[in-house]
Design a binder for this molecule. Structure first.
Ligand code: PA5
Length: 437
């Protein structure tokens, strides 16, 4: 993975060095956290990719629960408990799932309380599922008390239990050890996987939260972890200009100080749209803060947006190129595609668009991407680029770890608590009040 920024981000290396010097001690702290290999610090998620006991627990449970009859993994969770899993699944399989009806197992995500999805799922359970081994339920909630997740679990389980009395055997609960959900699940004899207490939802993709459903769906989680480990080594280096996550954080920070308070994550691999949504949560919850570490009201935040190339050039390019200069864009693209069909030499409609015959889909997209970059440069719009070799589990693992470290650095630069989400609790409390009336 490469970060390109030098001629396009409008920030000099000297400025990066000055800004990053303010958090040099924080990088040393993260290096120390890694040395401990424990989960005792707020940044503990950095130790997930090297936790071999965790990997073994996940593999053991996958071995026990996954068989050749398995068709659907029902992943019940919301926010940090499902966005990372969906990001990886969609990037590898989900984007083209409809074209691969016979590829199993598939993951079905139940996040919000959506009557349409739940009804369709119940119909499918009633009509199509013939054997309990065809389904695996993974209910995931760090707190164990999220309204949507608990309600969805109850609705889906009640449909399954009425058809298969032995369905408990097909359920895995992932939660904080010691949560009420953990205790209740243990009492009922459900299989449980734990989330380390100090690993918050949006930093939990490399814990059992993501590893179990992804491994059950056939994703190479060892490659995912390997990519994350490589990125962890690279992005915790003390030398700022050798640390891409730090550079990216500094660029976001310095531009936000100059009024560029939107970070547009512009993916040229449409299958990474859900990755953009994972990042939206990571950035939104980590740095959108009313108060700084000293309790001053700061209302900090950068608004993360997700765009797809070239799809969104046909919807928002006018705004981006001609509208307010309030964005720092992060283009993300890959060097290679696994397959690359070409426009035939002998075209059916040869006279409609010039010079496309014989060109591959990726070369057309590349021309569009390069055209976009030139247009951004002409309009003096700052951007950086993340370049992956290709979309595969190892590179996705690198991307996730890079972004989680970037966010820790950005939070520290902004002097806010990167790991809490006090204002999210506000609506949860109000919802519970309404439901208890
Ligand atoms: O990142 C977070 O903390 C939140 O988005 C949570 O992941 C989300 O609210 C779901 O919470 P839980 O996993 O406790 O059900």
């Amino acid at each position: 993975m490469k970060l390109l920024y030098k001629d396009s981000a409008h920030i000099s290396d000297q400025e990066i060095l000055i800004a990053s010097s303010a958090i040099a001690d924080y990088i040393t702290h993260i290096q120390q956290v890694i040395k401990t290999s424990t989960y005792d610090a707020a940044e503990a998620s950095v130790n997930l990719p090297s936790d071999n006991a965790l990997l073994q627990d996940v593999k053991n449970l996958v071995k026990e629960k996954v068989n050749n009859k398995l068709k659907y993994i029902i992943d019940i969770g919301i926010g940090g408990s499902n966005l990372g899993t969906k990001a990886i699944y969609d990037a590898l399989y989900g984007y083209i799932d409809v074209l691969q009806p016979e590829r199993y197992p598939k993951i079905i995500f139940a996040d919000t309380c959506n009557p349409v999805l739940l009804s369709a799922l119940i119909t499918s359970i009633n009509n199509d599922i013939k054997d309990p081994d065809e389904v695996l339920i993974n209910a995931i909630s760090k707190s164990g008390g999220t309204t949507e997740t608990v309600a969805n679990t109850e609705i889906i389980l009640s449909a399954l239990v009425s058809k298969f009395p032995t369905i408990a055997n097909r359920v895995v609960i992932t939660t904080d050890e010691g949560s009420n959900l953990w205790k209740a699940a243990k009492e009922k004899g459900y299989a449980c996987l734990s989330i380390p207490h100090l690993v918050g939802g949006r930093y939990s993709i490399l814990s059992a939260v993501g590893l179990f459903p992804l491994a059950a769906a056939g994703v190479d989680i060892e490659a995912l972890r390997k990519g994350a480990l490589t990125a962890r080594n690279e992005n915790t280096q003390s030398e700022p200009l050798r640390n891409p996550a730090l550079i990216s954080a500094v660029l976001l920070y310095l531009h936000s100080k100059k009024g560029k308070t939107i970070n547009d994550n512009f993916f040229f691999n449409a299958q990474m749209e859900s990755m953009g949504k994972w990042y939206r949560q990571l950035m939104g919850e980590s740095i959108g803060k009313e108060q700084d570490l000293k309790g001053n009201t700061v209302r900090a935040g950068i608004t993360p947006t997700v765009s797809l190339g070239s799809t969104d050039l046909h919807s928002v390019a006018q705004l981006y190129l001609g509208g307010p200069k309030d964005k720092l864009t992060t283009f993300t693209w890959t060097l290679r595609e696994p397959a690359d069909p070409a426009v035939p030499d002998a075209m059916v409609f040869p006279n409609l668009v010039e010079k496309i015959s014989g060109k591959t889909a990726s070369s057309l997209l590349e021309a569009i991407r390069e055209g976009v970059k030139i247009a951004y440069a002409k309009q003096q719009l700052p951007f950086m680029e993340i370049v992956l070799d290709e979309v595969n589990p190892e590179n996705l693992g690198s991307y996730l770890q890079f972004k989680m470290l970037e966010m820790m650095y950005l939070g520290r630069l902004l002097n806010i608590n990167t790991f809490d989400q006090p204002n999210v609790e506000m609506y949860k409390i109000e919802t519970k009040k309404i439901l208890s009336k």
